[in-house]
Design a protein around this ligand. Structure first.
Ligand code: FEO
Length: 170
């Protein structure tokens, strides 16, 4: 059985993951409106991944006899100044999520909740990849430039990203 403090914190993380999905869907719609369909695809896949993160947390809370309480999600921004600004926001956002995951691990350790600490390690590892992906795109956009042929080449590359459902939690 989950302690109430842990249950509350995990529910807050479910909200943070769904908020991330909302943010990335808005970024996807922004790129679609700019006719950058590859960028839009990348962000839509990112949003789908965030939904699976929320789903993984929900399944865990339920497995441990907790209640899943869905909370309100704030509206994300509608537009960004440039593709670079979108990915700078993405990178900052993922750094924030990493710090939320680290706080959850700290709480699990404080509460001596070894099962939750173990469960959260998947997210600790996932965040390394999440930050690396976003930072790589910030660097690429700085190199190729934020307009013209470089941007269109990157758009074609990002069109290749496909959603791969993650393996279920053990
Ligand atoms: Fe679920 Fe992008 O962190």
């Amino acid at each position: 059985m989950l302690k109430k403090s842990m249950e509350k914190a995990l529910n807050q993380q479910i909200n943070a993951e769904l908020s991330s999905a909302y943010l990335y869907l808005s970024m996807s719609a922004h790129f679609q409106a700019m006719n950058l369909k590859g960028f839009a695809n990348w962000m839509r896949v990112q949003a789908m991944e965030e939904f699976t993160h929320a789903d993984r947390l929900s399944a865990y809370v339920l497995d441990r006899g907790g209640r899943v309480q869905l909370m309100a999600i704030d509206s994300p921004p509608l537009t960004w100044e440039s593709a670079l600004a979108v990915f700078q926001d993405t990178y900052r956002h993922e750094q924030k999520v990493t710090s939320l995951i680290n706080d959850l691990v700290d709480l699990a350790i404080k509460e001596k909740d070894h099962a939750t600490n173990n469960f959260l390690q998947w997210f600790v590892n996932e965040q390394v990849e999440e930050e690396a992906n976003a930072e790589a795109l910030v660097q690429q956009l700085k190199l190729t430039g934020d307009a013209g042929p470089g941007l269109l080449m990157l758009d074609r590359e990002l069109a290749q990203r496909a959603f791969i459902p993650p393996a279920p939690a053990a």
